[in-house]
Design a protein around this ligand. Structure first.
Ligand code: MOS
Length: 754
């Protein structure tokens, strides 16, 4: 364990042999194209399918009239996702809402016919966003189990009024779309009443349960397959209405049907990260100790769904604040329902908090690193519960040293514009990364043959993070094999139920289940070894290594001999891992579609992973162009199963954070409540030329409390804090505070003119 093993599926991916769901070859396949609304608010008056149905090769135009009453299940799971039933109601809730599905012999015919579906609407004026008239504001607390209440402690108002140094600032984060490289798609095939769905999914176990409800079937007759996923980031977590609709279409035409969404359709029929507005008030003593902290957030959501991220759940606990006040509100507009996107709560809310920390440090005249140190804590300021482990300041110290933070201190920590290099204004900045350590129930089956080959099976998902490789390493280590001798099968609901690939739970949950199954196999081998080999000293001295069973220092036996004793050629164990503190029957609940994620601040102790990120920013004095030549992040996330895949996740996260800071934004037309830049030409993400130096430091940390594997997830840690580190450096370079992301050069120019 802990070896930097290259991805076991890397070669398959780069040679095109990894099969993504839409690649599945199927005989007699028909093709489907979605028809989506061109208005954001109103009602469908009429859908005229005459012209579409007349196109030669069209097999079906599935409209509300045809589907009504058949796809009516409530929304998916317990978390965020849409409750809109587009083939069951006439209301238009948002632009680009699915209205019909056209099925034809070829993709081209389906597209032509889809263009001919004529929809007439009763039109209402939509509310596009925060500042539109007609939005409705509701409480965020209690809107979802993800955010049960606004954390509070002490008397904020009194403490804030009495504080000698205060800050009151507002921050804005933009709407963003995931834009996974692999488009959204559904392929459905029926076989004697059995349904198989091939679709990129972060939760095949849950989707099977939900599809059963939507189609009123027995889940045993449904299989969801998602062996490889070309990027997900939360967007493929909640099932969307298309999945069941395509399954229904396939049943009606009695052929397998594939529907691949266009990239633009992905903007409106899947989820997105909602824009937020945040007000932060902070009061501190002259000693630098924070005495009062208030974080209020407004998040955009759709009219019908109270989707909330509530990042104050995390920000309220990050430092020793004294009094804490938080409040999250939802702003309901005529937009599609938002959903999870990489670090859903932390990315926007920690941006606000860490920008405020930087501003407060300046007011106090303190080094921003020292300001964090003064307010560091090993216990939750809200509940008093302790953190199982928290290495935040070690991360700061290691990253600061590697980055050369001293240069800023030498230049005068709050002397802005002091590091000018010709036409370039240079600034250095830093911020904290934090992400809850979460874990979920998981089942796994492990089979070991006498020949020393192992097979690991779980329905958990490889969404690109490397968990398939890490699962192989875990089994290899536990069974004394080399990684090449382990095959891992994932992403198929026919396999033992695995968790949703969300909340950074996969490595901890899967490895805990695999360890349990391997442990059972090892015990069987130990018992076999114990018979007539003379007693091995203890079960602990019995290890599996290099295809041998090592009884103790003096004796070892080939695996095959033990299998012979057992009279079998293979041993198999099915294990269910339920994290400590899970509800009873957690694995059965998982099969019913309840992800059962626990951890973070919800248990009796706080479990979080931390990091510190430092960036250098250069701003061109005349053009306002912003460059980020260097990023250094140090992260402490418990046991690192594979430093190579861990580094990739953290590096990718920081690059994502750079994108959020400087590039990414879904532009919404305020008149039509429509995403304008719905393609990768206009939706800006960082390219190679935007990313120069990125250094990842893995800070050793041991935490035996979080889960049996000792793993804190890190897939969502790296992109938290990056945007505020960039804002901090930008201020240091220019003396201008930007409080909204993305921070683009047009904003720099506006500030320069102001
Ligand atoms: Mo992740 S946004 O928790 O799928």
């Amino acid at each position: 364990m802990g070896a930097p093993v290259a991805r076991i599926d890397g070669r398959l991916k780069v040679t095109g042999q990894a099969r993504y769901p839409a690649d599945t070859p199927l005989h007699n396949l028909a093709h489907a194209v979605m028809v989506t609304s061109t208005i954001a608010r109103g009602r469908i008056r009429r859908v005229d399918t005459t012209a579409a149905a007349a196109v030669p090769g069209v097999l079906l135009v599935l409209t509300r009239d045809r589907a009504r009453g058949q796809l009516t299940a409530p929304k998916f799971g317990t978390g965020g996702s849409t409750s809109i039933q587009p083939l069951n109601e006439e209301r238009i809730w948002h632009d680009g809402q699915m209205l019909a599905i056209v099925v034809a012999e070829t993709q081209e015919v389906a597209q032509e016919a889809a263009d001919l579906v004529a929809v007439t609407y009763d039109h209402d004026t939509p509310s596009a966003g925060f500042d539109a008239s007609g939005v409705e504001i509701v409480a965020g607390a209690g809107a979802s189990p993800m955010y049960p209440e606004d954390p509070k402690a002490g008397d904020f108002d009194t403490a804030f009024k009495a504080a000698p140094v205060v800050l009151d600032a507002t921050y804005n984060t933009a709407a963003q779309h995931h834009n996974p490289m692999e488009l959204f798609s559904t392929t459905a095939e029926w076989n004697n009443g059995h349904l198989t769905v091939y679709e990129p999914s972060q939760f095949v176990a849950g989707w099977r349960a939900q599809l059963a409800k939507q189609l009123d079937m027995d889940a045993a007759n449904i299989r969801v397959v998602s062996e490889y996923i070309g990027g997900a980031f939360g967007s493929k977590g909640p099932m969307t209405p298309r999945t069941a609709a395509v399954a229904l279409a396939a049943r009606l035409v009695q052929r397998p049907v594939r529907c691949v969404c266009t990239r633009a359709q992905g903007y409106t029929t899947a989820t997105f990260r909602a824009e937020t507005r945040q007000r932060i008030r902070m009061g501190a003593g002259r000693d630098g100790k924070i005495r009062a902290f208030s974080h209020e957030g407004w998040e955009l959501t759709s009219r019908p769904d109270d989707y909330v991220v509530g990042g104050t759940e995390t920000t309220a606990r990050l430092y020793a604040y004294g009094a804490v006040h938080t409040k999250v509100q939802l702003v309901k507009a005529d937009r599609n329902t938002p959903g999870y996107m990489r670090s859903p709560p932390e990315t926007p809310y920690v941006f606000g908090l860490e920008c405020a920390m930087d501003e407060m440090a300046e007011k106090l005249g303190l080094d921003p690193v020292e300001f964090r140190r003064v307010n560091d804590t090993q216990a939750d300021p809200v509940s008093g519960k302790r953190y199982t482990s928290r290495s935040l300041m070690r991360c700061y110290d290691e990253a600061a040293a590697a980055f050369g933070w001293q240069r800023r201190l030498d230049a005068g920590v709050w002397k802005t514009g002091a590091m000018r290099d010709g036409d370039w204004l240079v600034g250095l900045g830093c911020a904290t990364a934090i992400y809850p350590t979460q874990v979920a129930p998981c089942a796994a089956r492990v089979r070991l043959t006498a020949g020393g080959k192992a097979l690991v099976q779980t329905s958990a998902h490889e969404i690109g993070t490397g968990v398939r490789t890490v699962a192989a390493q875990t089994a290899a280590q536990a069974l004394g094999l080399s990684v090449e001798d382990v095959t891992v099968e994932m992403g198929d609901s026919a396999l033992p139920a695995g968790p949703v690939a969300g909340g950074s739970v996969s490595t901890a949950s899967v490895c805990s289940a695999v360890l349990k199954a391997c442990g059972a196999i090892r015990d069987k081998l130990y018992r076999a070894a114990a018979v007539n080999s003379g007693p091995p000293a203890t079960p602990e001295s019995f290890t599996l290594r290099d295809g041998m069973a090592v009884l103790d220092s003096g004796r070892s036996a080939p695996l095959s001999a033990l299998f012979q004793k057992l009279g079998t050629t293979q041993l198999e164990d099915y294990a269910e891992f339920a994290p400590e503190g899970s509800a009873p029957g957690a694995v059965e609940q998982l099969r019913q579609g309840n992800p059962g994620i626990i951890g973070g601040a919800k248990g009796p102790v706080l479990m979080y992973a931390f990091g510190a990120e430092f960036v250098e920013v250069r701003v061109h004095a005349r053009t306002g162009e912003i460059r980020v030549p260097r990023m250094v992040g140090a992260f402490a996330a418990g046991r690192i199963m594979n430093p190579r895949t861990a580094r990739s996740q953290l590096m990718g996260g920081m690059i994502w954070g750079l994108g959020a800071a400087l590039h990414e934004m879904t532009e919404i037309d305020p008149r039509h409540a429509r995403a304008v830049n719905r393609d990768l030409q206009d939706y800006l993400v960082p390219v190679n030329a935007d990313v120069e130096g990125v250094e990842v430091i893995l800070v050793p940390e041991t935490d035996t409390e979080v889960n049996p594997a000792g793993v804190k997830g890190l897939g969502e840690l790296g992109n938290v804090g990056t945007s505020s580190a960039i804002a901090s450096a930008l201020y240091h370079a220019t003396g201008r505070r930007l409080r909204d992301i993305p921070m683009r050069l047009d904003k720099m120019l506006q500030l320069q003119q102001a």
